[in-house]
Write a protein that binds this ligand. Structure first.
Ligand SMILES: Cc1ncc(COP(=O)(O)O)c(C=O)c1O
Length: 393
């Protein structure tokens, strides 16, 4: 009855296969490597309770009123200070998913090209498709020259088709889903391509502060602050339920995002912003982050050790230096989507890597999350998954 009533944009929405998994099963009843949920242990309930009371004491009814579309000054200033950028370059978002969506909304016309890595974050692909963007994925190649060449080829192809690359979407730190990071040289090379071919970069980095080993690599934003829009999030360093993040960009770009957000949500949640600002400024966020990093490092190390011990020959995986995921590659011909029902029936869930590939590649890959389950359950889950794969490949 409603078929003729929906917009063309609504016709290009697609359901997240990850969220479909959540609907089918109770994640606590199975071994779930599927979602990207932080561990509930990292939510500092007592500190949050205390901070909430302090916010009500300090701001009273102001904490529950509408506020500025750019975000409350206290949080914008706290973010600006933390990341060493001018406050005029900070827009608070209702989480980085909204950051991705507003960037696409203000930059992309239907048919315009967005370059991404392949694989890339599913929520971003959903947003891009909803605006009917033409997504071109480029696989990572460890040789820098070959990697550059792969991008140049795609850009040349786009130009030959008379189309425009609007932006490159990148998750340079501990990527979702692969867990891999870009080197400084790779970041410079990609910024160089954006300068040469005149497109923007949307740098999405919600996992950046969850580093378990190695040195921090500078953000792409620092290489060219006028060409890169940097997106951050409180979801993985504080709690996703607050739905808060930030965009750092040239004021002219932020002004468009600001006007766009007026029609989207008027302002980010006020009470939550004050809580996040207090949490940051009081040092509680950093204290909690230290604990989260120790917890996740332990889980990552455990998972890597278990994979080494139990996975059958022919299975490879990434070794992330941070973040919440690693990526498994199975022998050619294995189909992770088909195998999924068998795994779920046996009580273990993952996300098939194919869903993250804009080009339909990656059929023999799967993403494993290591933040959500307890160490005991990770250990039992890996053994079960390895046993099932051993019978299949
Ligand atoms: C790469 C990436 N970007 C953005 C998001 C969205 O996070 P949020 O909207 O909670 O900030 C996620 C969530 O998993 C993600 O992995």
């Amino acid at each position: 009855m409603y078929d003729n009533m929906f917009s063309e944009d609504a016709g290009s929405f697609f359901r997240s296969p990850v969220r479909e998994i959540f609907k089918r099963v109770d994640l606590n009843a199975i071994y779930s490597f599927a979602g990207g949920y932080p561990s509930a242990e990292t939510f500092p309930l007592e500190d949050i309770r205390r901070t909430m009371s302090e916010v009500i004491e300090k701001y009273g009814s102001k904490a529950f009123q509408y506020g500025a579309t750019q975000g409350v000054p206290e949080l914008r200033q706290a973010v600006a200070k933390r990341y060493g950028v001018p406050v005029e370059r900070v827009q608070i978002t209702s989480s980085s998913q909204q950051g991705i969506d507003v960037c696409t909304r203000v930059l992309v016309n239907p048919g315009d090209v967005i370059l991404t890595s392949s694989p890339s974050y599913l929520g971003a692909l959903q947003s891009f498709r909803s605006y009917r963007a033409d997504i071109r994925g480029v696989a990572h190649i460890s040789d820098l020259e070959a990697f550059k060449e792969a991008y140049e080829e795609v850009i040349a192809q786009v130009k030959a088709e008379g189309k425009v690359v609007k932006f490159l979407y990148m998750i340079p730190d501990f990527q979702n889903p692969s867990g891999e990071s870009l080197t400084l040289e790779e970041r410079r090379m990609l910024v160089g391509l954006a300068q040469k071919h005149d497109f923007l970069i949307v740098e999405d980095s919600p996992y950046r502060e969850l580093r378990y080993e190695g040195e921090h690599v500078p953000v792409m934003y620092s290489i060219d602050p006028d060409r890169v829009i940097h997106l951050g999030s409180f979801s993985k360093i504080f709690a996703p339920g607050f739905r808060l993040g930030w965009a750092i960009a040239h004021p002219e770009i932020l002004d468009k995002i600001y006007v766009c957000k007026q029609s989207l949500d008027l302002c980010p949640p006020i009470f939550d912003q004050y809580v996040a600002a207090e949490f940051l400024e009081s040092g509680r966020l950093d204290e909690n982050l230290v604990r989260s990093i120790a917890l996740y490092k332990g889980k990552r190390d455990l998972l890597l050790g278990l994979l080494e011990r139990h996975m059958p020959a022919g299975v490879r995986w990434t070794r992330p230096e941070g973040g919440l995921f690693l990526f498994l590659t199975l022998p050619e011909g294995f189909e992770a989507v088909k195998f999924y029902d068998k795994a779920l029936d046996a009580g273990v869930a993952y996300v098939a890597g194919e869903f993250f590939h804009p080009d339909g590649n990656g059929k023999n890959t799967m993403r494993l999350n290591f933040s959500f389950m307890s160490e005991d359950r990770i250990a039992e889950g890996v053994k079960l998954l390895a046993e099932l794969l051993g019978k299949e490949i």
